[in-house]
Design a protein around this ligand. Structure first.
Ligand code: PYC
Length: 413
């Protein structure tokens, strides 16, 4: 090693710049404790500090920032949902995403691509027409397009899908985009930290103390923190945290797997989704194809990815794009999706005073990150559910007033 290199390495004047402060131990008390250092928890911390002046906030993360579902998805951003509640909620998320790089002063590689959901049957076309009408009614740009339009946007696609499932048309959603997922977590963390939020990684929450129906403290592997407000934003660990406060979980945890190919020359501008073939794919700025499928068929609290997943995904991908036959898969992973019975989230105030829930993301947590930050921070600051999340309370399951968002899932789950 050259001496000059050593001189720079050991000189404290050139210390490695840190993205955010990492205090050794939490204070004795905070106004708000957020469990989960993924995009949602960090966005909530940022909005609490930036918009509500609540800066005595601790974010507690068992692993590393963004190491859960924030870093384990396929980064698709869209608002072409089916229910009015879903459309309005994700419409706000897309609006926030569009200017998020500026707000966080970090290049999130936000890339607007256009999003095609392919229809291989008349029944799917009918649902898409319905979605397009609901979307347009609420000011979201979605339209039904022909198979020829799909071919024009993506000449490499085999419209016959090898003769197995010919493409009849598609729902086209111009705002559909992708972004760099882990940068979203880092960006929120850095801005929150600059505003005074304390972030603790590799710190486990071991219990939440409740007294007279209200939260009073969070116990962690780094000590007890007294607080009157706790936010749970932990996706795949929601049942574990709910148990700590004595609440029943309305979610099942199932793995959602995805993979990435070796880099290729740019050929795919749009995001292509096929519900019937159970695949979605986009191409990153580096040229890799990012691909995913349906959730696994059974409940499992694990982030292991399987050979069966890649082989079945490759099989379906080749029906759409036979020319990819020689392309290698270089990495695969799984996230833990917390699925609700109606595919809509569970958010906001709970029966335990001061305990707020951000959960039930199923397969669309990443795209909800900014709007969750905004609405959860409002809800915590005012102890009143934000209007955009009023419909997402858990009491809907008791009233059997489900939201019915399954028809907006990318692929059949
Ligand atoms: O809902 O857009 C979506 C999606 C993509 C991957 C998983 N869910």
């Amino acid at each position: 090693m050259s001496l000059r290199l050593l001189k720079y390495a050991l000189n404290p004047q050139y210390a490695e710049p840190r993205f955010f402060n990492t205090p050794d131990a939490p204070r004795d008390s905070y106004d708000v404790v957020i469990i989960g250092g993924g995009g949602h928890g960090l966005a909530c911390a940022y909005h609490l500090a930036a918009e509500h002046g609540i800066k005595r906030v601790a974010v507690i993360e068992r692993g590393y920032l963004g190491g859960g579902n924030t870093g384990r998805n396929t980064t698709i951003i869209r608002s072409n949902y089916l229910t009015p509640e879903g459309v309005l909620f994700y419409k706000r998320s897309v609006e926030l995403f569009e200017s998020l790089s500026d707000r966080l002063d970090l290049n999130l590689f936000y890339s607007n691509r256009g999003h095609f959901t392919l229809a291989h049957s008349e029944a799917t076309l009918r649902t898409m027409r319905w979605r397009a009408e609901v979307n347009k009614h609420y000011g979201v740009n979605s339209e039904l397009v022909s198979a020829a339009d799909v071919k024009k946007a993506c000449p490499q696609i085999d419209l016959q899908c090898g003769g197995n499932h010919p493409i009849l048309g598609a729902l086209y959603h111009a705002p559909g985009s992708i972004a760099r997922h882990d940068a979203v977590a880092w960006g929120y963390a850095r801005r929150a930290s600059q505003l005074g939020v304390d972030i603790f990684q590799h710190t486990a929450v071991t219990g939440v103390e409740v007294s007279a129906g209200r939260v009073v403290a969070v116990n962690t592997s780094k000590g007890r923190i007294a607080t009157g407000k706790v936010v749970s934003a932990v996706a795949g660990s929601t049942p574990t945290v709910l148990k700590m406060v004595g609440l029943k979980s309305p979610v099942d945890i199932v793995p959602l797997q995805a993979c990435v190919s070796e880099p290729m020359k740019a050929w795919l501008d749009s995001i292509i989704v096929s519900g019937s073939l159970h695949v979605y794919v986009s191409q990153t700025a580096r040229g890799e194809l990012v691909m995913g499928a349906s959730v696994d068929p059974a409940e499992l609290h694990s982030t292991r990815s399987s050979l069966e997943f890649v082989t079945s995904l490759a099989d379906q991908m080749l029906d759409l794009f036979p020319f990819l036959a020689g392309v290698k898969i270089v990495r695969q992973w799984a996230g833990m999706a917390d699925m609700t019975p109606d595919f809509a989230p569970v958010m906001g105030k709970t029966e335990v005073g001061g305990f707020y829930l951000d959960a039930g993301w199923g397969t669309w947590g990443f795209k909800a990150t900014p709007v969750c930050g905004e609405t959860m921070a409002f809800t915590v600051a005012h102890d009143t559910n934000h209007r955009l999340i009023e419909a997402f309370g858990t009491e809907r399951f008791r009233r059997l007033a489900m939201l019915g968002e399954k028809g907006a899932a990318s692929v059949g789950h």
